[in-house]
Design a protein around this ligand. Sequence first.
Ligand SMILES: Cc1cc2nc3c(=O)[nH]c(=O)nc-3n(C[C@H](O)[C@H](O)[C@H](O)COP(=O)(O)OP(=O)(O)OC[C@H]3O[C@@H](n4cnc5c(N)ncnc54)[C@H](O)[C@@H]3O)c2cc1C
Length: 496
Amino acid sequence: MQVSVGFLAVACVLSALRAGEADELQYPPSRIAVVGAGIGGSSAAYFLRQKYGKHIQIDVFEKGEVGGRLATVDMEGHQYEAGGSIVHPLNLHMKTFVKELGLPVKSPGDSRLGIYNGEELVFHESDWFLINLLKMLWNYGFNFLRMYMWVEDMLDKFMRIYRYQTFDYSFSSTESLLHAMGGNDFSTKLNVTIEETMHKAGFSQKFVDDIVSATMRVNYCQGVDINGFVGAVSLSCLDSGLWAVEGGNKLVCSGLIYASKAQLIQGTVTSVQEKVRPMKSGGTVKLYELSYESSTGPQMEMYDIVIIATPLSKGVSDIKFVDFNPPIQNFKNYQQVVATFVHGQINASFFGCAQPCDLSDVLTTNNRKLFFNSIGAVSPVKSEAKSSKPVNHKVWKIFSVEPLAKDQLNLLFESYHAVSVKNWLAYPQYNPPEKMPPIILHDRIYYLNSIELAASAMEMSAISAKNIALLSHHRWYRKTDRIDQEDLTERLKSEL
Ligand SMILES: Cc1cc2nc3c(=O)[nH]c(=O)nc-3n(C[C@H](O)[C@H](O)[C@H](O)COP(=O)(O)OP(=O)(O)OC[C@H]3O[C@@H](n4cnc5c(N)ncnc54)[C@H](O)[C@@H]3O)c2cc1C
């Protein structure tokens, strides 16, 4: 084991500065650890740098690849998004990141939506706007129109967080953050299913069974029993204007780490333990000892503040929190999702689609016999990458809960010539009423992925990252008037 030279130097400076533990938090922290270099950890490094200034050392630990659940798979020399793939146009942190980093963006392209119930397509979009409109009205009355208005209302409330954060306000729990955004409406949504939420809002059962169910199955590989908040986030993906980063969404993460001037440490964090260290001046200082395994063996470093930016869930991060009282343990289990990429010719007759069939995106309704959740044609992350294969041989991405067997692929495809598979523990298994894990795990240990229990999405991790940068700073400097304030919407009207 080795304690870094940097730490000893910093400890000496601190001991000269600090008169004793009681005054410790009046002085700037000198080292912050961020565990995980996904969009949560990388945006945390970026916001921490903004908030704490240039002198603080920020170390980002990553056991795998920078990007985490933003990752690509290789198919015949081209890269395809295998994890987080699309961003909503009103996700303002993500928008700011790509702007600041100078990353080009692209739209996912046109698709022809079909909804398959295991026997037939219950809904199939056409090329013609008017025909689609008539089909929607015929099948679902005004439910589609009402849903867009319902989602817009939710987004109006959601957008409040950006103003709060601009004015430096932070929240010490995911519940209080969501309550500040959407009041009782958001709090209630966490505790009931999306099905109940939509019934209460007056949507028809047919609309819930076909459209809502299919949207939950493609976005979260779960049913209409997931919580109403994540359900509404999921429905917002039916909006227009969705985008992705040209070259791959993971470029945002590497860009943010570079821009934050954080040190990336390739290693697996194995444990965190609080240590009390004596200082020359006679006082003591409390620090966190972070142990990790790297290619050069076991190591450890000491930090003032630790940010856990990975799910604390069985099989995901496996970090031991030693001697904490109350103990810090794993939270919710994560849902297995398999992304299978196939280059081949889809079997239109399987979907009961008459030839010529222009299917490009098939979602499914809740039918136990179905072995997949969705299948859609995808393009490489680089726009110019073109396939040399015939046009009817597209690359398809299939989401399923279990890996697909060969005979299942033979049902879905007339022929295929390449397959690539990525297995995820993708998002929490939502099961309302949801109790959110704490954001403050211990005095100066913060849990970024608490927010995923409300909804898992890139923007949610970025919002949580900014909240933790602000919260940790306010708590360090005891600026309690910037934490958990009530009626912010009203108060900010008069602050302008
Ligand atoms: C298949 C799929 C599709 C999705 N689609 C979308 C979408 O279209 N739009 C959207 O907004 N969101 C989508 N999401 C969700 C989105 O990808 C996630 O919410 C987001 O990427 C989570 O980011 P994160 O940084 O919080 O966590 P992660 O990306 O999981 O990052 C955590 C990082 O921590 C590292 N780590 C874990 N343990 C340790 C340890 N002990 N030591 C060191 N490092 C450790 C991991 O290797 C990982 O890189 C999708 C997710 C999946 C899986």
